[in-house]
Unconditional design. Structure first.
Length: 123
Protein backbone atom coordinates (compact mmCIF):
# COMPACT_ATOMS: atom_id res chain seq x y z
CA UNK A 1 0.00 0.00 0.00
CA UNK A 2 1.31 3.44 0.96
CA UNK A 3 4.94 3.49 2.09
CA UNK A 4 7.16 6.53 2.49
CA UNK A 5 6.77 10.19 3.34
CA UNK A 6 3.89 12.35 2.32
CA UNK A 7 4.49 14.94 -0.34
CA UNK A 8 3.27 18.49 -0.30
CA UNK A 9 1.52 20.38 -3.05
CA UNK A 10 4.40 22.90 -3.08
CA UNK A 11 7.06 20.25 -3.75
CA UNK A 12 8.29 20.33 -7.33
CA UNK A 13 7.28 17.44 -9.55
CA UNK A 14 10.79 16.80 -10.82
CA UNK A 15 13.39 18.25 -8.42
CA UNK A 16 16.18 16.57 -10.36
CA UNK A 17 15.94 19.04 -13.24
CA UNK A 18 16.45 22.09 -11.05
CA UNK A 19 19.23 20.60 -8.98
CA UNK A 20 20.83 19.20 -12.11
CA UNK A 21 20.92 22.66 -13.66
CA UNK A 22 22.47 24.20 -10.55
CA UNK A 23 25.08 21.43 -10.37
CA UNK A 24 25.91 21.96 -14.05
CA UNK A 25 26.44 25.69 -13.46
CA UNK A 26 28.63 24.91 -10.43
CA UNK A 27 30.74 22.45 -12.43
CA UNK A 28 31.08 24.99 -15.23
CA UNK A 29 32.16 27.77 -12.86
CA UNK A 30 34.56 25.63 -10.83
CA UNK A 31 35.56 23.01 -13.38
CA UNK A 32 38.38 22.64 -15.84
CA UNK A 33 37.15 25.47 -18.09
CA UNK A 34 37.25 27.93 -15.19
CA UNK A 35 40.71 26.73 -14.19
CA UNK A 36 41.94 27.24 -17.76
CA UNK A 37 40.48 30.76 -17.88
CA UNK A 38 42.03 31.62 -14.51
CA UNK A 39 45.42 30.27 -15.59
CA UNK A 40 45.23 32.35 -18.78
CA UNK A 41 44.31 35.45 -16.78
CA UNK A 42 47.21 34.99 -14.37
CA UNK A 43 49.60 34.36 -17.28
CA UNK A 44 48.39 37.49 -19.07
CA UNK A 45 48.75 39.56 -15.90
CA UNK A 46 52.27 38.20 -15.42
CA UNK A 47 53.20 39.12 -18.98
CA UNK A 48 51.77 42.62 -18.55
CA UNK A 49 53.70 43.01 -15.30
CA UNK A 50 56.92 41.96 -17.00
CA UNK A 51 56.35 44.42 -19.82
CA UNK A 52 55.58 47.23 -17.37
CA UNK A 53 52.07 47.79 -18.72
CA UNK A 54 50.31 46.91 -15.44
CA UNK A 55 50.96 48.11 -11.92
CA UNK A 56 51.67 45.65 -9.11
CA UNK A 57 48.49 46.45 -7.18
CA UNK A 58 46.25 45.45 -10.09
CA UNK A 59 48.26 42.32 -10.75
CA UNK A 60 48.13 41.28 -7.11
CA UNK A 61 44.37 41.82 -7.01
CA UNK A 62 43.87 39.46 -9.97
CA UNK A 63 46.01 36.74 -8.40
CA UNK A 64 44.38 37.20 -4.97
CA UNK A 65 40.94 37.08 -6.60
CA UNK A 66 41.66 33.72 -8.20
CA UNK A 67 42.87 32.34 -4.86
CA UNK A 68 39.69 33.55 -3.15
CA UNK A 69 37.45 32.25 -5.95
CA UNK A 70 38.87 28.74 -5.99
CA UNK A 71 39.48 28.55 -2.24
CA UNK A 72 36.10 29.89 -1.12
CA UNK A 73 34.85 26.54 0.17
CA UNK A 74 37.97 25.95 2.26
CA UNK A 75 37.96 29.55 3.55
CA UNK A 76 34.30 29.28 4.60
CA UNK A 77 34.88 25.92 6.29
CA UNK A 78 37.86 27.31 8.19
CA UNK A 79 35.93 30.35 9.39
CA UNK A 80 33.03 28.13 10.43
CA UNK A 81 35.33 25.90 12.47
CA UNK A 82 37.03 28.95 13.97
CA UNK A 83 33.67 30.22 15.19
CA UNK A 84 32.81 26.86 16.74
CA UNK A 85 36.07 26.47 18.67
CA UNK A 86 35.85 26.65 22.48
CA UNK A 87 38.68 29.20 22.64
CA UNK A 88 36.50 31.80 20.92
CA UNK A 89 33.66 31.16 23.38
CA UNK A 90 36.03 31.51 26.34
CA UNK A 91 37.43 34.81 25.09
CA UNK A 92 34.02 36.26 24.25
CA UNK A 93 32.54 35.33 27.64
CA UNK A 94 35.42 36.64 29.77
CA UNK A 95 34.84 39.87 31.65
CA UNK A 96 37.21 42.73 30.92
CA UNK A 97 37.35 45.76 33.21
CA UNK A 98 39.01 49.02 32.41
CA UNK A 99 40.26 51.58 34.90
CA UNK A 100 39.54 55.29 34.76
CA UNK A 101 40.91 57.23 31.83
CA UNK A 102 43.94 59.30 32.90
CA UNK A 103 43.51 63.02 32.37
CA UNK A 104 46.26 64.98 30.64
CA UNK A 105 47.69 67.89 32.60
CA UNK A 106 47.12 71.25 30.93
CA UNK A 107 50.24 72.72 29.36
CA UNK A 108 51.32 76.22 30.28
CA UNK A 109 53.30 76.72 27.09
CA UNK A 110 51.24 77.37 23.97
CA UNK A 111 52.29 75.11 21.16
CA UNK A 112 52.21 76.42 17.60
CA UNK A 113 53.02 73.73 15.02
CA UNK A 114 53.18 76.35 12.27
CA UNK A 115 55.63 78.70 13.99
CA UNK A 116 58.08 80.02 11.49
CA UNK A 117 56.09 78.75 8.53
CA UNK A 118 54.50 82.13 7.87
CA UNK A 119 55.98 85.52 7.16
CA UNK A 120 58.71 86.65 9.52
CA UNK A 121 57.61 89.18 12.08
CA UNK A 122 59.47 92.44 12.61
CA UNK A 123 60.18 93.45 16.20
Amino acid sequence: MFQGATSSLTDPVNPGALTGAVEWIERALMGSVAVAVAMSAVAAVGLLLLLGRLDIRRGASVVLGTFILFGAAQIAAGLYELGRSPAVEAVSSSKVSFGPIPQASPSTKSYDPYAGASFPTQK
